[in-house]
Write a protein that binds this ligand. Sequence first.
Ligand code: EPZ
Length: 429
Amino acid sequence: MDSIVVTGGNRLNGTIRISGAKNAALPLMIASLLTSESLVLQNVPHLADVESLIRILTNHGVDYRVEGKRKDHNGQMGRNISFRAGEIVDTTAPYDLVSRMRASFWVIGPLLARMHKAKVSLPGGCAIGTRPVDLFIDSLQALGATMTIENGYVIAEAPGGLKGATFRFPKVSVGATHVAMMAATLASGRTVLENAAREPEVVDLANCLIAMGARISGHGTSSITIDGVEALHGATHTVLPDRIETGTYAMAVAMTGGDVLLEGASAPLLQKALDVLVEAGVGVEETNEGIRITRNGGALKPVNVITEPFPGFPTDLQAQFMALMTMAEGTSRITETIFENRFMHVQELARLGANISLDGQTAIVKGVRQLKGAPVMATDLRASVSLVIAGLVAEGQTTVNRVYHLDRGFEHLEQKLSGCGAIVERVSS
Ligand code: EPZ
């Protein structure tokens, strides 16, 4: 199994090109199930999760073609992939495919909308909490589907098709908003989704669905209105830049010091996280090319953070920010409100010499003068990358094991960091 070995001590200087967003690409790919025509997605990142989802989609009968990396009119680079679900040959998403990645459960929405039935295994994914599916079941039920759970599968049926309805999510959920919005595009009549997720990835999906002929308004606010149409058609859509990758590299530069342009990054997608970095004493400048992050010698100030749905501080940057705060001059409190088990990086950061204690859902981080390299491992994607960031300033070598978590969500991680002067290499054992 591969590991990443980081030798700490170098500052980061240069340019890092930000990839297309994993968490936008996945629902966009799933949207291809809604039409028999081709959906061409540009700027698709090359990630293990994208490859896993391709396997799931092909099992339903989707043909795909990879067109290779190129620049589009926005200057984005990434693979263009066309997906065509000419005929859905199988409405079952089996356990062995779905158990590896939670987002694959989301096929339930388009399959139900187009084929009026779906049988999808209960999902897997990163071990960051219980992650139930009640919001998916309740919202699809509100659209007229009969939902049952049998032998680990969710079975959804709507023999006469889905019917528009008003549904209020009792809790904000990105995935359940994606699914209900996709399902409602082909339902008869009007659907209003209240307390919907406002994440940029939901907006990106809505924009793509609109390009496919859907009638959607209010995306980006907590009330989304969808007027159902008979059928959707093909379209071409560019995946938005990855705000979590952007925030991760911004925190890496904040950690090591230096001057890096995050090319293609978009500040409004992560304004809260950028504001927090400024509070911590980091230079953040929007330019025509992206976002420039600088820190030259000054001390890092401790900042308290609470994770929240967008536009709040994202849970997917919590681990990376905690790594940064281990080196702040003082004590910070980091509270996780989205997932109940997203502190697995705490004990691993402690192995590097960090001083962190837990009080329920709050981590109390006391800054230390120096971290020291050690072998570490993490059981989720963002926790793993927080250890890489910590390794960039730790004295000596930090070996991050279980690299497959990183490969799920970070395109060319070692190349991007070493291109800016970090000593990072992948070793196979
Ligand atoms: C998406 O997961 C992201 N994944 C996650 O990123 C991200 O952490 C999360 O949104 C929150 O921003 C993708 O986009 C592929 P949720 P999702 O439904 O949709 C609870 C990463 O590292 N809930 O918004 O699965 C749930 O348990 C990943 O890239 C229910 O209670 O998250 C959680 O507490 C990890 N019932 C809260 O809602 C449900 O039916 C928010 O989860 C569904 C969710």
